[in-house]
Design a binder for this molecule. Structure first.
Ligand code: AMP
Ligand code: MG
Length: 359
């Protein structure tokens, strides 16, 4: 008897693109892939795209049916609004009903780049994008190909991270393939992301401007460039909300997010915790910031422990964090242990993601 073939959905087209900074015309292969991606976007389909932060799952932001597919592919709750990507500040202005002075100054200082600005939304922005809210989150991505794609598609692009809701964000095209598989028709492979962490989200509709999500651009950098106070810590936000008698709407900042499947613990002193886990028979992965100390070297002899050295520099740490979590998540481990990171401003975004991964 001949076996009945199992009908499986087709895998996405994976196209490598390369558009170095400063180059005017890309290679024909890149140009063709971008044209095909733009055509898909313009006709209401999804495309996974590289940016300098993480890979995004993109759709025409002005097409509610296309945007609905993003929510479906990710399994994302409809209450979690999307960031809209623009090719320049003019496009951003056209999507806002009022463009605050602070947004103008922040855009001049940090765009194109990993900063998202929350401003009052124009009526033309579909409600599904903003989860029915009156504000819209806008970002002009730093990666050249992302902006060129928006220009080619001739529309702003809604693009959350290209992963299933609550999972670790993708920083390579293969992470997208692993996480979304057939749920997206085309993936543009632009290599590993430069920052590896999601953008800083700054609410420009409140005074003082408030960071809703820490990211590659720190509170201190914003305060220095804009010459105003920036509210940043969770405590600031809670305090401000209390003063205004409201819960500050910071959708997408639910405690559990960005989490690997393997249970993750943030440890102040991992050399105390890990022996206990090993004794209990667990197979453990350890993201260590001091892999060469005697205690760590001794533990690393255990066959049930994988030690992954993590960089000392916050930018390098951010770049490798998600890729490390993706890799260790594939190893069938019982537990992940991550050395706690410093409490200062440079590490705020990493600290935020690790805390949420550990929830
Ligand atoms: P994600 O696309 O999942 O990486 O996250 C989008 C982030 O943007 C969330 O953390 C939201 O807090 C934020 N965001 C998007 N739109 C808005 C908005 N209109 N107001 C406030 N925050 C927003
Ligand atoms: Mg995300």
């Amino acid at each position: 008897m001949t076996p009945v073939p199992v009908r499986r959905p087709p895998l996405p087209i994976l196209a490598t693109i390369d558009w170095p900074e400063g180059v005017v015309t890309p290679e024909p292969k890149t140009a063709a892939a971008l044209a095909a991606a733009a055509e898909r976007l313009a006709t209401g389909q999804l495309v996974a795209i590289p940016t300098e932060t993480v890979y995004g799952l993109a759709a025409n932001a002005m097409d509610p049916d296309a945007v609905a597919q993003i929510f479906q592919a990710k399994g994302r709750p409809a209450t979690n609004p999307l960031i809209v990507h623009v090719s320049d500040t003019d496009m951003a202005r056209s999507l806002s009903s009022q463009w605050p002075d602070i947004a103008e100054r922040a855009a001049r200082a940090f765009w194109p780049g990993p900063l998202t600005l929350v401003v009052p939304k124009a009526q033309s922005v579909p409600d599904i994008v903003t989860a029915n809210g009156h504000t819209v989150a806008l970002r002009c991505p730093g990666l050249t190909v992302s902006r060129r794609l928006i220009e080619l598609a001739k529309c702003p692009i809604a693009a959350p991270s290209a992963n299933r809701s609550e999972a670790v964000s993708p920083t390579t095209a293969h992470h997208v393939l692993e996480g979304l598989g057939h749920r997206v028709g085309m993936i543009l492979d632009g290599g590993p992301c430069e920052h590896g962490l999601e953008s800083t989200v700054l609410d420009c509709t409140v005074d003082p401007p408030t960071i809703l999500r820490p990211g590659p651009i720190s509170a201190q950098q914003l305060a220095e460039a804009l010459g105003v106070q920036i509210l940043s810590s969770k405590e600031d936000r809670v305090e401000q909300g209390r003063e205004r008698g409201e819960a500050l709407r910071s959708p997408g900042s639910q405690p559990r997010h960005y989490a690997p499947r393997t249970r993750l613990t943030l440890a102040r002193d991992a050399t105390m915790l890990i022996p206990k886990l090993l004794e209990a028979g667990h197979r453990v992965g350890w993201l260590s910031r001091s892999p060469h100390t005697a205690a760590v070297v001794a533990l690393a002899a255990s066959p049930n422990l994988i030690v992954t050295p993590m960089p000392q520099d916050p930018a390098a740490y951010a770049r490798s964090l998600y890729a490390t979590l993706h890799a260790l998540d594939q190893r069938g481990l019982d537990r992940l242990v991550v050395d706690a990171v410093p409490a200062d401003d440079d590490w705020a975004a990493i600290h935020d993601r690790l805390e949420r991964a550990a929830t």
